[in-house]
Design a protein around this ligand. Structure first.
Ligand SMILES: C[S@@+](CC[C@H](N)C(=O)[O-])C[C@H]1O[C@@H](n2cnc3c(N)ncnc32)[C@H](O)[C@@H]1O
Length: 235
């Protein structure tokens, strides 16, 4: 059996059994090979923009003996797919703004999908806003910790997303609703690093620096309003 990291394992758990899948930015192709091998998906397209990662993906597909189910394709984002070709698209391990660009560039492919799994390394908030503005709703969210880093994973279906408080785009509506056990630890880690940013910004007289500091402080006040945490918020 292929051994997956915790992050990849959580991504795989969100794939509906029987769905055809495209893994965009596949690199090592571990997701593609695993879901083919475990009969989670009957057909998988493993795609990458760059030749090096695609070659690696092709080697993995051969090594894991899944050439009958997994096809490797070279290309930018969703340009490798025609509308209706797969049920689920996975985009993982890139920044949220790159993912947003990938989704915005091929609206006809996005509209034809049943399901998406997005795992941005940063910028999850921008993706949640994109989803809400483009007729997608988050049906499940997961958080995973690996070597001190926290990864947000979202599973989306077409439909209207009701978000009644702006701060939920930052926090993750399902992470708040389910009181995910890693939500506070992940926020704690971010708060510590943003306290460092605030102390650097405090030394600047620049108006933009003051605006940025105010935005950070407002955000944490809103987190406290919704979660009642952190009880002590001195900033
Ligand atoms: C850090 S790896 C992530 C690999 C895997 N998805 C994961 O989560 O472990 C990012 C991969 O995305 C690819 N990539 C970046 N931009 C892309 C784009 N616009 N379209 C397709 N692949 C892209 C890179 O070449 C790289 O192989």
């Amino acid at each position: 059996m292929i051994k997956l990291s915790k992050r990849l394992e959580e991504i795989v758990k969100l794939i509906p059994k029987g769905n055809t899948v495209a893994d965009i930015g596949t690199d090592h192709a571990l997701i593609a090979c695993y879901i083919a091998k475990e009969n989670i998906s009957p057909k998988v397209i493993a795609a990458d923009l760059n030749e090096g990662p695609l070659k690696f993906a092709q080697e993995q597909v051969k090594a894991y003996l899944v050439e009958d189910k997994v096809t490797a394709r070279l290309g930018d984002g969703l340009s490798v797919l025609s509308p209706g070709e797969v049920d689920t698209v996975i985009i993982a391990g890139m920044g949220g703004s790159t993912m947003r660009t990938i989704l915005e560039e091929k609206p006809e492919v996005v509209k034809s999908l049943k399901h998406m799994i997005l795992q941005p390394h940063v910028g999850a908030e921008a993706l949640r806003r994109w989803a809400s503005e483009n007729g997608w709703k988050i049906v499940e969210e997961q958080l995973v910790e690996e070597e001190g880093f926290y990864y947000e994973i979202m599973s989306l279906e077409q439909g209207k997303m009701e978000i009644d408080d702006d701060i939920l785009y930052f926090l993750g509506p399902k992470l708040v609703e389910t009181k995910h056990p890693l939500l506070i630890p992940s926020l704690d880690s971010l708060l510590e690093s943003e306290k460092g940013i605030l102390s650097q910004l405090a030394n600047s007289t620049n108006i933009k620096a003051k605006e940025r500091a105010d935005n950070i402080k407002n955000k944490w006040q809103n987190v406290k309003r919704v979660l009642g945490w952190p009880a002590e918020l001195k900033m």
